[in-house]
Design a protein around this ligand. Structure first.
Ligand code: SIN
Length: 270
């Protein structure tokens, strides 16, 4: 299916393991980059095991797919503002991504994807990330519901996700269609999520709240979700245009450490 590597699906609807690509050895060639982008648009999230990366190599990897997107909700590392440190231990009171979300859907142009390199996993297990297919979520809606959603938009508000961490900061807000198309696959996507979507526009608030609750519950169903199991030196590359994810914090007070970059999108969700 791909010239540069082999893929094995993790579940029928979301995720694939990739073998045969060393992400840190040397810059990827154009065939490899195109294959990764195509695989992402098919599987939503790719898992690469046994990848030796440091922060510079992670940044180099990410920047081969586009400009690095500075996180608009939480601060990056002091020396590497494009890199988000994902860290928790016995002193943590929260972790990143505790609600289902598509990264920074509150931005006018959200990042097209994110790459997370896991350096340290909880020794007694736990710390999976759950991913769900927003393609399948759309496709499994009833036909009358699909017709109802056509043309609706929703507001995505960074304050919903981040203001509990820093209420004094201002966060981006953006309006996106409820149903979008993936620019590579052309498939339709259900594009609302629990962490960022504050309301559906232009319908009565009670109707919008009930609809949003239903669409979020539907997006998160286990039938089109999977648990991504990490090992040290595993890399996840996910496509924010067709999956949502959730960090499962079931390992407190153990430690977990990774570094993440976001790849800037090249267009508004449409
Ligand atoms: C996130 O990007 O939401 C964090 C994912 C994780 O830590 O598993």
């Amino acid at each position: 299916m791909f010239a540069s590597f082999a893929t094995t699906p993790i579940t029928p609807f979301v995720g694939a393991d990739v073998e045969g690509l060393d992400l840190g050895l040397r810059p990827l060639n154009q065939t490899q980059i195109d294959d990764v982008l195509r695989a992402l648009s098919m599987f939503g999230v790719l898992r690469f095991r046994r990848q030796q990366l440091d922060i510079e190599l992670l940044k180099r990897l990410g920047s081969q797919f586009g400009q690095l997107h500075i996180h608009t909700g939480i601060s990056g590392m002091a020396e590497h503002p494009e890199v988000t440190k994902i860290y928790s231990d016995e002193n943590s009171r929260h972790v990143n991504g505790e609600l289902w979300h598509s990264d920074l859907s509150c931005d006018e142009v959200p990042p097209l994807g994110s790459i997370l390199h896991m350096m340290e996993v909880p020794t007694d297990g736990g710390g999976d990330t759950a991913f769900s297919s927003s393609y399948t979520a759309y496709e499994r809606l009833s036909e009358p519901m699909k017709r109802y959603l056509e043309g609706l938009t929703a507001t995505h508000d960074g304050g919903v996700a981040f203001s509990r961490f820093d209420p004094d900061r201002t966060y981006p807000r953006a309006v996106h269609p409820v149903v979008t198309h993936h620019p590579i696959s052309g498939r339709k996507v259900l594009y609302v999520n629990r962490a960022f979507t504050s309301h559906i526009n232009d319908i009565p608030p009670e109707e919008g709240a009930a609809l949003l609750r239903f669409l979020c519950d539907h997006s998160e169903r286990p039938e089109w979700s999977m648990r991504f199991r990490w090992e040290e030196d595993t890399v996840a590359f996910w496509d924010n245009r067709c999956v949502q994810h959730l960090a499962i914090w079931d390992y407190f007070p153990q430690r977990r450490l990774g570094y993440r970059v976001q790849i800037a999108g090249d267009r508004k969700p449409a």
